[in-house]
Write a protein that binds this ligand. Structure first.
Ligand SMILES: *Cc1c(COP(=O)(O)O)cnc(C)c1O
Length: 465
């Protein structure tokens, strides 16, 4: 399988190179040259198979002959053995038509582990074959950083630098990154927002000579393999509730649009998804874009669901590329325009095609807290504030037809955000074993202003370049 850039101005590359390179040289994101299509029989065949097997089946469609099926199955088996639930991503029923898809059973209690445990092993596989050592940089709104550190610490052939916005992530999120003692990990607290961190990371990739000097790569949600990893649970959940024989709907709490875009990919691959509700907090750039047709940056608000405090949804570029019928020149024009003016007016035909699948819903802080309370009183289940944004949005929008199951993605364990959960529900979530002991460990953090030059100097020193 070949991968092409969404901006149309980089040569196509293979799967492993797309995984290792993060951003394309023209500033675009890598996308498969064609979407692999699964037959209804293949989809039905996922029923009852272990998660790691389905993951290997789906990933092999994206990897083509770049990795053998045996190696892939070994990678997915090891990756998902780190989860503390036998189903890896179990479904729990909330009411007659609504389910939660629990994506938080990995080592850092958020859905980012699903991709990162896989990605770290793909990196090791690819780099040991090539005899290279890479520097991975990662901007995090809280959960990606911890998941990346946990997955990559102590591994051969990689060093990792995580940039996080100072004071804007929860203590548990921070401690998952900063209490690691492995020498191949650095945590950088940046004076700024997540968008500032992400902008710095993008500029590192575009800085003349820097990328080569430290052999730079990224594991942000822009990474191709992360999207592929998320596609898997759309299939397992869909099949568990009757697909391909009946359609399903999803609600996805979203910030950077990685997870929600994976739902679009599952749809393009043949899963009968009737609707995807794009649930945002007050940082509602995506919900507004779908409603009004104008993708326009606002000011970043701090909310109870900090992993979604984002106003530049990097993976929106992937969707834009698809709905303008894969015209790289148009995608490039729109994204450069956005970088300059902070807005894109989505062409009417493209908007109509987005609305065939997606509905946007912005959720207030009060409604988020109410969803935590009502879910607890109705079902006895505590949910985290990100999941609550999804539950509130699903309650408001619902599936297209009332008989279609609605699956709300539960993206973090409530114990990762104990303050917000306790403030709403009046009860503190119990910390599962993966998160115990964090509070007592020493933290290791470096601190820099939101300045790409200083971050580059820091990384050069760490990489010995
Ligand atoms: C990252 C994250 C999200 C948003 O995911 P995107 O792929 O960026 O849209 C939602 N919830 C939690 C808990 C997260 O960590």
């Amino acid at each position: 399988m070949q991968y092409v850039s969404t901006r149309g101005d980089s040569p196509p590359i293979g799967f492993l190179d797309a995984v290792l390179s993060g951003l394309a040289p023209d500033g675009g994101l890598y996308s498969p040259a064609v979407w692999p299509l699964l037959t209804p029989e293949e989809i039905a065949g996922f029923a009852g198979k272990p998660y790691a097997v389905v993951a290997a089946d789906i990933l092999s469609k994206f990897a083509g002959d770049a990795i053998s099926r045996t190696d892939l199955l070994q990678i997915t088996t090891e990756a998902y053995a780190t989860f503390d639930h036998p189903a890896v991503t179990p479904l729990t029923q909330l009411d007659s038509g609504q389910w939660l898809l629990e994506l938080f059973h990995g080592p850092t209690l958020a859905f980012k582990d699903v991709a990162m445990q896989l990605l770290s092993r793909l990196y090791e596989h690819a780099l040991s074959a090539k005899g290279r050592t890479m520097t991975i940089v990662c901007a995090t709104s809280g959960d990606t950083g911890g998941a990346a550190v946990e997955a990559l610490r102590g591994r051969d052939n990689v060093r990792i630098v995580v940039l996080f916005p100072n004071g804007r992530i929860s203590e548990v999120q921070r401690r998952f990154m900063t209490t690691t003692t492995d020498a191949n990990v650095r945590c950088l607290s940046i004076d700024g927002t997540f968008d500032d961190c992400q902008t710095i990371v993008k500029s590192l990739f575009q800085a003349q000579g820097f990328r080569q000097a430290v052999d730079l790569s990224g594991v942000n949600s822009i990474n191709r393999a992360r999207i592929a990893a998320h596609v898997v649970y759309y299939f397992t959940a869909g099949v568990a509730l009757g697909a391909p024989h009946r359609p399903v709907s999803f609600t996805v709490p979203t910030g950077n649009f990685g997870d929600a875009f994976a739902g679009y990919v599952a749809y393009r691959m043949g899963l009968p998804i009737e609707r995807i509700v794009v649930a945002t907090n007050g940082n509602d750039i995506l919900a507004r874009a779908i409603q009004d047709g104008r993708y326009a940056r606002g000011k970043v608000l701090e909310t109870q669901s900090p992993a979604m405090d984002i106003q530049i949804a990097s993976n929106f570029e992937r969707l834009y590329f698809e709905v303008v019928e894969r015209q790289g020149i148009e995608t490039s024009r729109a994204m450069r325009g956005f970088a300059e003016s902070g807005a894109i007016d989505i062409p009417p035909k493209a908007l109509a095609s987005i609305r065939e699948l997606f509905v946007g819903a912005g959720v207030s802080e009060a409604d988020t807290a109410r969803a935590i309370v009502s879910t607890y009183s109705d079902t006895g289940q505590l949910i985290d504030p990100h999941t609550a944004v999804g539950v509130a949005a699903a309650g408001r929008v619902g599936p297209k037809r009332p008989t279609t199951p609605m699956i709300v993605l539960s993206t973090a364990h409530p114990a990762k955000f104990p303050e917000a959960v306790e403030a709403a529900a009046g009860i503190a979530p119990a910390m599962p074993p993966a998160g115990r002991g964090l509070a007592g460990r020493e933290e290791k953090i470096d601190h820099l202003p939101a300045d790409a030059e200083q971050v580059m100097a820091y990384i050069r020193a760490f990489a010995g370049a």
